[in-house]
Design a protein around this ligand. Structure first.
Ligand SMILES: [Ca+2]
Ligand SMILES: [Ca+2]
Length: 220
């Protein structure tokens, strides 16, 4: 942008009428001066076009780098890792053994130092889990997360102590079916597509914490 302003100012300077003492005549090469100015303008236009092209290429490279960061996968032992935009690395491991919420959390916490049930704080993280379960070809439905409803009815990620910000509830959820649904499950099938949402197979459902489901552990 600065370069374009510079070019514009240069053009104005070149094209602006010169003081009388500098005026040329046909005899002292005025045509030649005009040709040189036109040539300089043409060169500037070409350079501007090239800069725009470089801008576009740079943007594409930056977008590719961002995408690579977001989807960086560690294929060791079924674990997948990603970098969030704030530079934080999170790793996930999916389990299909059916456990209650308490059993699943204890399993995660015993797995690695600092590991816990997953907390899904962003849409990007939500999508990553979808792609991960698809990539691992896990044909399963509900997975326990660290999301729980407190006594006041507020939803909290117990692994971090933070209240829900981003949410991916399915249409009609959380519905507290039969009055005992207090755990947030990540769901990976097409049964509850969110209304008007183009996300693929991303939605959450509140379920009883004593229900046995698969679960996803998160660690850093
Ligand atoms: Ca997280
Ligand atoms: Ca429900």
């Amino acid at each position: 942008m600065l370069f374009r302003w510079f070019c514009l100012l240069l053009c104005v300077a070149l094209c602006h009428p010169q003081p009388t003492t500098n005026h040329c005549t046909r005899d002292d090469g005025c045509d030649r001066q005009t040709a040189l100015i036109e040539q300089a303008l043409a060169m500037l236009q070409t350079m501007d076009g090239r800069l725009e092209s470089m801008d576009r290429r740079l943007t594409t490279v930056e977008q590719r780098m961002e995408k690579t960061k977001e989807s960086e996968a560690d294929h060791t032992n079924g674990t997948r890792c990603r970098w969030s935009k704030d530079g934080r690395r999170s790793c996930y491991k999916v389990f299909v053994q059916r456990k209650t919420w308490s059993e699943a959390r204890a399993y995660c916490q015993a797995l690695y130092d600092g590991a816990d049930l997953v907390s899904i704080e962003t849409h990007a993280e939500d999508l990553f889990l979808v792609y991960m379960t698809q990539e691992l070809q896990i044909n399963y439905d509900h997975f326990h997360t660290s999301g729980r409803k407190d006594a006041g009815g507020a939803w909290i990620w117990l692994a971090t102590g933070e209240p829900f910000g981003y949410t991916g509830w399915a249409s009609g959820e959380p519905n507290n079916y039969k009055g005992n649904e207090d755990a947030c499950a990540f769901v990976n099938n097409d049964l509850y597509k969110p209304t008007g949402d183009k996300r693929r197979n991303v939605y959450w459902n509140d379920v009883p914490n004593i229900d046995r489901h698969g679960f996803i552990c998160e660690f850093h």
